[in-house]
Design a protein around this ligand. Structure first.
Ligand code: GLN
Ligand code: ZN
Length: 756
């Protein structure tokens, strides 16, 4: 029995890559220094895997920004606007300049669109292709990382994004003919993969892993014929490593496994945490092919149920040429190491496994199945643990009783009735999404407070001074609905998690979100309850500083779940209702304190949408139910706002409509589609704020650009319902950009108002 993992975190155990990238972008270090940090991180990962006893070690799991972008660049799938950047310059820094321009934009070119990677909180860049795109093997990243590993004494399995997933995650560039699909490039692209496989084989690679998570989605279902042809062809490459195709983030869709089975590839990796081991017997086993059985969860932080995993593995013996113990997906989505989390309550900590601990689980399972005798003690411990129930303290009977009594909370009056109960606003009301820049001073104050260098009173005084500044600035800019700016929040989920029972937070549990950005997802381990109001003091303080309405700011139940590691011992729906109840109480306290606009952010509503259409209805029911439970207690006079990020709206427009929020602001600036049109198409007739400029880029938009975006939205919405706002919170930006951008936004709204 052998062992492997499909991938490992890459940002660095101490976020070394983040620091190096940010220093490089600030021109504090040069390309050579950046490359050195990267090489060191890769070496450390391989060493960790080897020392843990993992037998098959992956390589090319590293990336400077995103593995989808890396693959696109390697095959020269580069939109023409980037080809001209640093043209004629062939050195390493020119190469990096082009690469980071695609990821982050630059003066000459807007960046590629970014979107969520399947149903995770990781974002990938979306390659822009057209019939003029000519794939060619332009880079050799997997090869050079393989060679680096070899030089250090590690024989590795290079990991590549598979051709189907790469093309199906790409989009047609604006100049591509309508109806043209990137998949039409498959033929030419396969030649490039074939060439790369040949080179990897010559360098000595025995195996290569091709990731095809798209096969866990409906999109993957539609292309089974192409799938069969593609792997038939790659399998036919004369000189090549053995091919392992990995399907994860769900079960392989119907037909995908049969199709792969018929191709001449040598191995398949399956997600057996979200998928089912029976799928393998259903296709009559995999014959002589290897099966990487993903029984250790790569998406969540709970310890594996070792006895259950062992019996799953045992059920697979004989159904494949070889059964390899593996993780359900790459470990990119879990933190590095539990060892450093000394602040966690032991009763919670005992139940956890981060990436490093998951290696031990994989190795333990491998050895147990191989019949090793020295694992008996560990197995006994594991058996004992999996038979234990959660501590009593994790349950809150009061919350359970209240939820039962509430049932399906009654709906609010209709939107029209609600509007009549409200203070009027000008047409095209202007607002922001909530956060203002988290300045160095704010972060320093928070760090000083955490370290005990300043008292709580001093810290709060500083935060109030910041709120004063943010309120005064918004008044000066002329915004209509103000915010307090969220200076006191380290993160929109963690802030609430720290104030709710049932959640634990980590000190170092960082997970890459995009590029150098990391998040520290809280751990939701028990029943959720709100011991005290969470935001009322800050919001009412802000309201006391202005006559204009201040919008309270909460994080919605779906987003709290999506951006946390969530308990698996009860349905998500039930957990969501507990969070919703806490928010319902908070909203009622905010109202009582005189707050008349309350935003419940559901940034992750799209993210948790199941990958398969057949699962959508069930998700919608609980997601909408939880949002309504949280908000339906609000009186008619209170406007409930909601905000969503990075959504592709056509799929989710009916869900947004069903939330029944009075105002919905959405990310729009960096996507090609018009969310206003999609929402109008779904019958949405409440307030809508399609983001009028992209806050993910430091670029300051012009008044004309914003005006144009607003005019486009007005084709689908009346001026009374059109809200004017940036496309997300401003916390990652600096005032040097935020202030002129918001002034331009308010000016654009004024110009249009003047014509009404
Ligand atoms: N209110 C949050 C903010 O402005 C929303 C952030 C988000 O949608 N990701 O930061
Ligand atoms: Zn957002």
């Amino acid at each position: 029995m052998t062992t492997t993992v499909l991938g490992y975190p890459r940002i660095g155990p101490r976020r070394e890559l983040k620091r190096a990238l940010e220093s490089y972008w600030a021109a504090d270090i040069d390309a050579a220094e950046l490359d050195t940090v990267a090489a060191r991180l890769r070496g450390a990962t391989w060493r960790t895997l080897r020392e843990a006893g993992v037998e098959h070690i992956p390589s090319n799991t590293f990336s400077y920004y995103d593995h989808v972008l890396d693959t696109a660049v390697m095959f020269d799938l580069v939109a023409p606007r980037f080809a001209r950047i640093a043209e004629g310059d062939d050195d390493r820094s020119a190469e990096l300049r082009r690469y980071f321009a695609m990821a982050r934009g630059c003066d000459e070119a807007a960046p590629l669109r970014m979107t969520k990677w399947f149903d995770t909180n990781y974002h990938h860049l979306v390659p822009e292709l057209s019939p003029a795109t000519r794939p060619r093997l332009a880079g050799r990243k997997p090869l050079s990382e393989y060679v680096q590993a070899r030089g250090l004494g590690y024989e590795t399995r290079p990991v590549l994004l598979g051709p189907l997933t790469l093309l199906l995650l790409s989009e047609g560039s604006p100049d591509a003919p309508r109806g043209w699909r990137p998949l039409e490039l498959l033929d030419g692209l396969l030649d490039c993969y074939a060439e790369l496989l040949g080179e990897l084989a010559s360098a000595g690679a025995g195996w290569v892993q091709l990731d095809e998570p798209i096969l866990a989605t409906d999109a993957g279902q539609e292309v089974l014929r192409e799938l069969g042809d593609a792997y038939e062809r790659l399998g036919g490459v004369a000189q090549r490593p053995r091919i392992l195709v990995a399907v994860y983030h769900g079960p392989a869709g119907e037909g995908a496994l049969e199709t792969l089975k018929r191709t001449p590839i040598e191995g398949v990796a399956l997600d057996l945490v979200r998928g089912n081991a029976e799928d393998v017997s259903k296709v009559g086993g995999l014959g002589a092919k290897s099966l990487v059985a993903g029984v250790v969860d790569g998406r969540n932080v709970w310890r594996a149920d070792i006895p259950a995993a062992l019996s799953t593995l045992a059920s697979l013996l004989g159904l494949a040429g070889e059964v390899v113990v593996g993780t359900s997906c790459p470990l990119l989505h879990v933190p590095y190491d539990l060892e450093v989390e000394t602040g966690l309550d032991p009763s919670v900590r005992d139940r956890l496994a981060f990436a490093r601990q998951k290696l031990d689980e994989v190795v333990l399972l491998g050895r147990a199945l191989a019949g090793a005798e020295d694992v008996e003690e560990q197995l006994a411990g594991a058996r004992q643990r999996s038979s234990e129930r959660a501590p009593r303290a994790f349950t809150d009977q009061r919350v359970r009783a209240r939820l039962e009594a509430l049932g399906q909370a009654p709906a609010r009056p209709s939107y029209r009735q609600r509007e009549r109960a409200r203070a009027p606003l000008p047409p095209l009301p202007t607002t922001t999404i909530g956060s203002f820049p988290q300045t160095g001073e704010i972060r320093a104050a928070r760090a000083a407070h955490r370290a005990g260098r300043i008292t709580t009173q001093e810290y709060e005084r500083e935060m109030r001074a910041e709120i004063d500044r943010v309120i005064a600035l918004q008044e000066d800019i002329g915004l209509d609905v103000l915010v307090h700016g969220e200076p006191e929040r380290n993160d929109m989920v963690q802030y609430f998690a720290e104030r709710l029972d049932g959640f634990a937070v980590t000190d170092h549990g960082w997970v890459q979100s995009y590029g150098s950005r990391c998040v520290r997802p809280p751990i939701l381990y028990g029943d959720v309850a709100r011991p005290a109001p969470m935001t009322v003091e800050w919001t009412t303080y802000a309201q006391s500083r202005t006559d204009r309405p201040v919008k309270g700011m909460l994080t919605g139940p779906v987003t709290m779940l999506a951006w946390s590691f969530v308990r698996t011992d009860q349905p998500l729906a039930e957990t969501a209702r507990q969070v919703a109840l806490a928010l319902r109480d908070e909203i009622s306290d905010l109202e009582r304190a005189g707050i008349r606009h309350i935003q419940v952010d559901e940034a992750a509503l799209r993210e948790l949408l199941p990958l398969r259409g057949r699962d959508h209805a069930a998700y919608t029911a609980w997601a909408v139910g939880a949002f309504r439970l949280a908000t339906s207690g609000a009186t008619a006079g209170t406007r409930i706002h909601s905000h969503m990020c990075y959504s592709e709206f056509s799929a989710i427009a009916p869900v947004i409509d069903a939330l029944d929020a009075d105002v919905t602001s959405i990310e729009a600036a960096r996507s090609q589609a018009s969310p206003a049109a999609d929402l109008a198409g779904a019958g949405f007739d409440r307030g809508i704020g399609p983001g009028v400029y992209d806050i993910h880029s430091p670029r300051v938009p012009t008044v004309a650009e914003i005006e144009q975006a607003l005019r486009a939205a007005l084709e689908h919405t009346e001026p009374e319902r059109l809200w004017v706002n940036p496309d997300c919170g401003l916390k990652t930006r600096g005032y040097a950009e935020v202030e002129p951008a918001l002034r331009a936004m308010v000016e654009a709204a004024r110009r249009i108002r003047a014509e009404l």
